[in-house]
Design a protein around this ligand. Sequence first.
Ligand SMILES: *Cc1c(COP(=O)(O)O)cnc(C)c1O
Length: 466
Amino acid sequence: MRYISTRGEAPALGFEDVLLTGLATDGGLYVPESLPHFSLEEIRSWRGLPYAELAYKVMYPFVEDAIPADDFRKMLDETYSVFSHQAVAPLVQLDTNEWVMELFRGPTLAFKDFALQLLGRLLDYVLEKRNQHVVIMGATSGDTGSAAIEGCRRCEHVDIFILHPHQRVSEVQRRQMTTVQGDNIHNIAVKGNFDDCQRMVKESFGNQSFLGGKTQLAAVNSINWARIMAQIVYYFQASLALGGPDRSMAFSVPTGNFGDIFAGYLAKKMGLPISQLVIATNRNDILHRFMSGNKYEQHQLEHTLSPSMDIMVSSNFERLLFDLHGRDGAAVKTLLENAAKGPVSIEDYRWKHARKLFDSDAVDDKTTCDTIRDVYEQNEYLLDPHTAIGVRAARNCRRDSAVPMITLGTAHPAKFPDAIAESGLSVKPQLPAHMADLFEREERYTVLDNNVSEVQGFIAKHWKNA
Ligand SMILES: *Cc1c(COP(=O)(O)O)cnc(C)c1O
């Protein structure tokens, strides 16, 4: 399988190179040149498979040029055995034909573990084969950093540097990053905000000379194709558990950077019967505004009770725009260059096509809290604020009550106790047993000034081969 850039100019790459690259050299994102397609008969034959085996069936076509089947199977077995539920992604019923898929049974209690546990193993496998070492540099406002650190902690060929805004992430989130011990793990608290962190990462990818030309930077954010790939699997898993592929399913997806829901769109293109995909956003609703009025326009960042969805632009939306434009990279390049300067629209028939593919809704903090409270009162089931947004959007946008509606449960409620408290519930979400001592564990991080050369100097000095 070859991968091509959404901006049409960078060279096509194989899986290994795509794994190790951030943005394409033309500024675009890599997507598969073509998708595998599975017949209903084939999908039906996967009923009852353990999660790791299903993951193999769905993902192998994407990696087969780079990894022998047995090695990939072994990697998947290891990846999904660290989850704390036998079903890996269990379904919980909220109401007749209404479900939450719990994607927070991994080590850091958010769905990002599904992809990052695999990504760490993929990186180490490919780097071992190539006898190469990479430095991962990433910025986080919370969930991505901890999942990436957990995913890479045992990698021998990777040093990981995660920048977070000093004193601006929640204590649970900070401790999930800073209490992981390992020589190759480096947490940097930047005296600035998340945008400052992200800017430094971008600048460093643009000019990597501070590493002395000896190594390269790799990306762990959702511009990395391997992350999207790993997220396709659980759409198949949920469908098969509820009578698919012989009935279609609806999914509601709490969305920030459009990675998770893009994976659902791909599952559908690969043959899974999905009749509805709901984009659920918080007040940072650029996607909902686009879907409602064909205007793609950046607004100011709003801080909400669902911080993992606090974004101004959705990086993976570019991958959808590429398809909406008949895979015309030049058109996407022009559109996104214009979008950086001001509001843009797309041709009406393309926008109408997007509206056929997706419904959307934006949910404010008050409605998020109301939903947490309603669902708790109905079922004694506690939603985290991101999942609550998904449930609310599912209920608002639902088209056919005969079709199972599945909301992706993206985080464990104990990660976001503030939102639970604000919803007026007196119940306190408990951390699962394996994390119960989080607040006693020793932390390790370095506070640095909001200054890119200071951060780069720190990395140059501390990566293993330096
Ligand atoms: C990252 C994250 C999201 C948003 O996912 P995208 O793939 O960026 O759309 C939603 N909820 C939680 C808890 C997250 O960590």
